[in-house]
Design a protein. Structure first.
Length: 669
């Protein structure tokens, strides 16, 4: 081009920045002598000035980059001072890197040694889908051959100056390239010399991470690593302060803390209480002395595992001393419930022997229980009470004792009664009495209600209010209920054999019975055993039906299909949806005795009785009024057209052998 333009001479002067040639000034002249020595000197000066200008620009850019890195370093160090929570520190570090350092994307991941994957735990500059993308660090896969994998495997920072030349690896790299970011650095995070994670920063500038930036960012990674090590030690100290190292259970301090919180909570709930149980391993010292401390430690670890599995809330079990364990339970528990829970836990813990080499070791436990209601009680006081109860239990040789003689007496009485009821079931001590139902209009006998009684050999006939709740609590009501049906069917067959007319008999069904999935099948089996008698009515409480309406409708429909009549007992005392009442496969409603007892003196009770009768008749249902004791009550019920009446006015509950004479004496026999 110069020759074509007639230029005959030329000269080139280099532009030098920081001792490195970065360009040239190239000049051409028409005269051969024009570019003399003086001109060369002038050009050299110009080239020097241009080089100095570029150097100043480069320095300013470098200073700006370092300033950004310093801002990140300063911000994260400030966060380290005030934040002692790993996830929160990670999130704040990423936020600072993006906001203060102007890095487009920042993320931190933890290394999973088992899967050899980096699991992102914090990120900024990308959405959650991209931020949470896992990354393998294995060298034999493409993803592991990038900067992150190299940094984690080597434990040294790894820089990529030109992302375009390396290609996309993972969602974050692709997103960075799409948004125009050209370089990255992966900084390994180490705790006690072991790589535990990585911090990755993306910059828009190509070749951003020079030696100076790398030095500062390496310092940043060291600071974050130091913080992680500090947090880990703090977590360990906190753990050791509240946990037993050998068993991994909470310790005495933790249990006292939880006890205090539970007492505070139940102060606002009068029906609730907190129970603290302390168990002592009997003669544990002998195990250590005979088999050695290592065997003793193994036994304690196994005890801890079993206690944790046996207790309803495994986090409430603690090891409070060398051979003592403790546990908490709070809620609406009766003392008998707590006693059962302790018995069940002890049975689960001691059910299997403990393996000691080739031998099996049986262990005994003693327990002390203190119950608190939260009213002015301190955790230390409840704990001391439990310790006192434990000492008494060990001295007396009993399995457990409650603190306070009155509570022990109550528990002992309840448990004794429960054992006697189990014996009563085995020895056929439960009997059925029958109370008559009469027609409201004519006074003629329409049937009976079967009433459960217990003929105790020591105390005679026991009223149901004394023992039925315990049958419910223990689940014994299920076999007892079926036994009642069996006895009723046998009695009905005997009455027919004696020439009595066929009369319907109603049997009460407990909530626990109806909840059993096999209740219908079990009832069908008992009826089949007794000849298929279907003159049975089942009385089911209103609240029980409404508790699981859809399932109960299905069961009741099956029972109705067996030829059984169904009645809702105690109607009006619970909550019924009138929309569902018409759908229930029932034939009768029973007015609760509390309304009958007061309807002649209390207008509101009379209104309720009137409404129930009117409602039932409008739905095509019969109405039975129970608890009728006076002629005034009977007359009012007749005026209201109540279908059937039941109560002491007509009959007291009768043993089965008195029923035939009663039936023959009734009008219309």
């Amino acid at each position: 081009a110069a020759r074509k333009a007639g230029l005959v001479s030329g000269g080139a002067v280099p532009i030098i920045v920081a001792g490195r040639t970065v360009g040239i000034i190239d000049l051409f002249s028409r005269a051969r002598s024009e570019l003399d020595a003086r001109m060369s000197e002038t050009l050299s000066t110009l080239a020097l000035q241009i080089g100095q200008f570029f150097e100043r620009v480069s320095q300013q850019q470098g200073i700006m980059r370092l300033t950004r890195v310093y801002a990140v370093l300063s911000g994260i160090n400030a966060a380290i001072v005030r934040i002692h929570d790993r996830p929160l520190l990670f999130r704040e570090a990423c936020r600072i890197a993006v906001k203060e350092g102007e890095f487009g994307i920042a993320w931190i991941g933890e290394l999973d040694p088992e899967t050899q994957e980096v699991v992102p735990v914090a990120w900024a500059g990308v959405d959650d889908e991209i931020g949470a993308d896992r990354l393998s660090i294995r060298a034999d896969v493409a993803a592991g051959q990038g900067a992150v994998g190299e940094a984690l495997r080597s434990g040294q920072p790894c820089v990529i100056d030109d992302l375009e030349g390396h290609g996309p690896v993972g969602l974050r790299r692709r997103e960075a390239l799409r948004r125009g970011y050209r370089s990255l650095i992966a900084l390994p995070l180490l705790v006690e010399g072991r790589v535990v994670g990585v911090m990755v920063l993306y910059a828009r500038e190509q070749g951003f991470f020079t030696a100076d930036e790398q030095n500062l960012l390496t310092e940043l990674a060291n600071d974050v690593s130091f913080a992680l090590e500090y947090i880990a030690k703090q977590d360990l100290l906190a753990y050791l302060a509240y946990h037993d190292v050998m068993t991994g259970l909470p310790n005495r301090a933790h249990l006292l803390d939880r006890l205090g919180s539970a007492l505070q909570r139940v102060r606002h709930h009068p029906r609730e209480r907190v129970a603290l149980v302390l168990w002592d391993v009997s003669r544990f010292r002998n195990i250590n002395e005979t088999f050695g401390r290592q065997v003793g430690d193994n036994v304690l670890r196994e005890l801890a595992r079993r206690f944790r599995s046996a207790w309803p809330e495994e986090g409430e079990v603690a090891r409070v001393s060398v051979d003592q364990f403790g546990a908490l339970i709070d809620g609406d528990y009766e003392p008998a419930d707590i006693a059962h829970l302790i018995e069940q836990a002890a049975a689960a813990v001691l059910g299997k022997p403990f393996a000691v080499g080739e031998h099996e070791l049986r262990i005994a436990l003693a327990a002390g229980i203190a119950v608190g209601h939260g009213a002015g009680e301190e955790a230390d006081t409840v704990f001391r009470n439990a310790e006192a109860a434990l000492r008494s239990a060990k001295r007396s040789g009993l399995g457990y004792l409650f603190y306070g003689p009155e509570m022990n007496a109550q528990i002992a009485e309840t448990l004794l009664l429960e054992n006697r009821l189990r014996r009563a079931l085995e020895c056929d001590e439960f009997v059925v009495y029958y109370q008559a139902k009469v027609c409201g209009r004519s006074g003629r006998l329409t049937g009976f209600e079967a009433l459960l009684r217990w003929r105790d050999p020591d105390n005679g006939l026991v009223p149901p209010a004394r023992f039925v709740p315990i049958l419910e609590e223990t689940g014994m009501i299920i076999p007892v209920g079926l036994e009642v049906v069996r006895k009723v069917l046998a009695d009905m067959a005997g009455w027919r054999a004696a020439g009595l007319p066929a009369l319907r008999v109603a049997v009460n069904v407990s909530p626990l019975q109806l909840q059993q999935k096999d209740f219908v099948a079990a009832l069908q089996r008992v009826i089949g055993e007794q000849g298929g008698e279907t003159l049975l009515d089942l009385e089911i409480t209103e609240s029980m039906i409404m508790s699981d309406l859809d399932s109960n409708i299905e069961r009741l429909t099956e029972l109705r299909g067996m030829g059984l009549e169904l009645a809702i007992d105690d109607f009006g005392t619970g909550y019924s949806s009138l929309a569902y009442l018409a759908k229930l496969p029932v034939g009768a409603l029973k007015i609760d005795r509390s309304f009958v007892a007061t309807m002649c003196s209390a207008p509101e009770s009379r209104t309720i009785v009137t409404t129930i009768i009117s409602l039932a008749h409008s739905l095509g249902l019969k109405v039975v009024a129970e608890g009728v004791e006076t002629e005034e009550q009977a007359e009012l019920l007749r005026l209201l057209e109540c279908d059937q009446l039941q109560g002491f006015l007509y009959s007291r509950p009768l043993p089965r052998e008195e029923v035939p004479a009663f039936v023959r004496a009734m009008p219309g026999y």
